[in-house]
Write a protein that binds this ligand. Sequence first.
Ligand SMILES: NC(=O)c1ccc[n+]([C@@H]2O[C@H](COP(=O)([O-])OP(=O)(O)OC[C@H]3O[C@@H](n4cnc5c(N)ncnc54)[C@H](O)[C@@H]3O)[C@@H](O)[C@H]2O)c1
Length: 337
Amino acid sequence: MKVAIVGFGFSAEKSHVPAYRDRSDIHLTAVVDPVTARRAAALRQYPNIRVYEEFGDLLEEYSDEIDIVDICLPNAFHMEKVKQALGADKHVLCEKPLVLNKGEYHELVNIAEERKRILYPCHNYKFAPSIVHAAYLINSGEIGKPLFASFNIFGADFQSGVSQLKLELQKNQELSGGGVMIDHGLDAISVAQTLFGGSPQRISAHIRNLNQTDSNLEDLAVFCLDWEEKLINISVSSLGSIPKAYYRIQGTEGEISIENNDIFLSVKNKPVQQIFVPTHFDDPGHANWFNGLIDNLLDCIKTENTKPFPLTEAGLVLDLIEKANHSSNNGGAWMGI
Ligand SMILES: NC(=O)c1ccc[n+]([C@@H]2O[C@H](COP(=O)([O-])OP(=O)(O)OC[C@H]3O[C@@H](n4cnc5c(N)ncnc54)[C@H](O)[C@@H]3O)[C@@H](O)[C@H]2O)c1
């Protein structure tokens, strides 16, 4: 499969490209970026690819050499470029969040269906090795019936330093689509889906802007999901300087605790098992998670599965974020999903 990357910034360079480089079934053929230095960075690593300033020029001149368009642009530009790529009959991998509202989401899902192309949002936490392993332990019944989960994501106000526009984009609600909720909140919801399947029935949320003097986007969200007889309590913040993630799941027979590269499995009447699963939540590139995602994308393309799970999940996430804001504006009242 031949891939063109649109937006050669942090995510493209640190997460997508390292995975493509190690695979024989994916070939990077082109890069689009309006910034000369970013096109030069792409050429330094791949001297034989084509680089373009405009996506339209790539589609006009080099369309035959592209099967998949990989969109790694700032959030606000996803919608337009995904539409353009699907319109040119390309499969699309798009960085998260896919889009910023439900209207845009439904429009894209319809276009992908009409064109019979795969639209695959890059929900990479589903492929984080320790999350995959914990899902396996839960599904194997190791902790009995899951009852309660608590996720604590202490994110950092991370800047890639690649795009000069980035800081501006992150602070603008219209362009970014939100603060920590659309970023780590999305990931936490995706993790809950991966671990438990099914879907939540209600949400109660408290969303705050505690420390951003020059931005009105939220930097803390604490929310609780009523999820098919389980309660899932999630705190996500971008208040820290080093990203840290802790996940704890309690069931009728035991408990799983994920702390960066270790899983601790405690089952009643047995010694605690420490399982080393290199995951590196503290590395924002998450390059080693990307291979599983690419395998799944290629599988969807091969089987013509036009409803990849992350696409359904992207719709759920937008619903939950809308309800979370509504709940927070109403003192944390439960909102049905
Ligand atoms: N999956 C993950 O874990 C993960 C991690 C980081 C970022 N992301 C997502 O990846 C996307 C890109 O984030 P990033 O950190 O790579 O951003 P970035 O600013 O580092 O890179 C964006 C690139 O797009 C280019 N660009 C093209 N058109 C542009 C335009 N009209 N305006 C501004 N820049 C334009 C910029 O020049 C830059 O090279 C975002 O949607 C973000 O949420 C995901």
